[in-house]
Design a protein around this ligand. Structure first.
Ligand SMILES: *Cc1c(COP(=O)(O)O)cnc(C)c1O
Length: 360
């Protein structure tokens, strides 16, 4: 067996310990004689899996009691509709557009109400986070929406926007559990787990209880109503059971690593190796403003499309996979999520140094 260093933006690298455990339990989960994949979601064994997963996530993120944790399906993209359907009581919301995912979310929300784009960084290809300390937040906005870490462009909000009392909703797909957060500052935190937590197919929604109501937009499907899932503890219908099981293992792995404060330290140390190299390289350069740099997604370019392609090809041959930048920006992107080991980033930088020498 040989494993590559996988820099994919998502689905992405998972901790080897977790994969090994899952492999060991594949045929017989804890004496049940079956795989978690084959098990009733109403069984005692699965009930324990989902209850433990929620409990461990609550501990990791220090989630206050007045928030519900929902394990849903449909990916992060389904939340682009579910959020306005459930929250747009006044029929209006403010969006801060810092990349393709926020842009898509804003466009989707327009189907359900008035969308005000109160800030954007599109003027400079989303290479920075706008100053959000004093934005023209709309009087009637039901919420203010951000994408906290921009997976494609490699920027991250280092400070949350001043929402002037309005509910903050954040897509944290690509920075979920990468550092401690103060959950109480958000109305909703949500993310697809396939970036930094688990297998595609699960989306986790952490939502303040007062936002869970029956008063949703007319025509909202039962399955797209938060209350349905909150009341049923994410077991209204068959949940993505195997995915939740793997997420649960990753939560335990994170706890064993020392929790989110320890992860933040590790992620900072890891990202620094790559950013420090980019800052002194004569060939490669980072594409975003330094103050807004993501710890998770690091885009870079040589400035020459052919050379970029050559780099991606040679890197792949050397065991560094998925370094090609997103199709909308080109160049390269190294996603260095929680499960990417420090050694992986060091090895990548060594490879980049060698490529630089050979291609001056
Ligand atoms: C990947 C990603 C999405 C889309 O996720 P899906 O689960 O494929 O719908 C949305 N937001 C962010 C920030 C992402 O990184």
């Amino acid at each position: 067996m040989s494993r590559v260093y996988n820099f994919s933006a998502g689905p992405a690298v998972l901790p080897e310990e977790v994969l090994k455990e899952a492999a060991a339990e594949m045929m017989d989960y804890k004496g049940t004689g079956m795989s978690v994949m084959e098990m009733s979601h109403r069984s005692k064994a699965f009930e324990e899996i989902i209850t433990d997963a929620e409990q461990d996530l609550r501990e990791l993120m220090n989630i206050p009691d007045n928030y519900k944790v929902l394990f849903l399906q449909g990916g992060a993209s389904q939340q682009f509709a579910m959020i306005p359907m459930n929250l747009m009581k006044n029929g209006a919301a403010d969006y801060i557009v810092t990349g393709q995912w926020a842009k898509k979310a804003a466009k989707e929300a327009e189907k359900y109400g008035k969308v005000n784009r109160i800030a954007s960084s599109e003027d400079k290809t989303f290479s920075y986070i706008p100053d959000c300390s004093d934005l023209p937040v709309s009087e009637d906005a039901d919420y203010v929406y951000i994408c906290e870490n921009n997976t494609i462009y490699g920027t991250k909000f280092k400070e949350l926007p001043n929402t002037k009392g309005k509910t903050l909703v954040a897509d944290v797909s690509s920075c979920f559990l990468s550092e401690p957060v103060d959950v109480s500052r958000y109305g909703i935190i949500y993310g697809g787990v396939q970036k930094n937590i688990g297998p595609a197919g699960v989306v986790i929604v952490i939502i303040r209880e007062d936002l869970i109501t029956e008063d949703v937009l007319p025509g909202t499907p039962t399955m797209l109503t938060y209350k349905t899932h909150a009341d049923a503890k994410s077991l209204y219908n068959t949940p993505p059971a195997y995915g939740i099981y793997i997420c649960g293992k990753v939560f335990k792995w994170l706890k064993a690593q020392g929790g989110l404060a320890a992860m933040k330290e590790r992620n900072e140390k890891k990202a620094k190796v790559l950013y420090d190299f980019l800052d002194q390289s004569s060939l490669f350069k980072g594409t975003v403003e330094k103050k807004d740099r993501s710890l998770m997604n690091v885009p870079f370019v040589t400035g020459d499309g052919d050379l970029d392609a050559k780099f991606v090809k040679e890197a792949k041959e050397a065991g560094f996979e998925n370094l090609k930048g997103h199709r909308s920006v080109g160049g390269m992107r190294a996603s260095i999520y929680n499960a990417m080991p420090y050694e992986g980033v060091v090895a990548l930088v060594e490879f980049m140094k060698k490529f630089e020498e050979e291609n001056q």
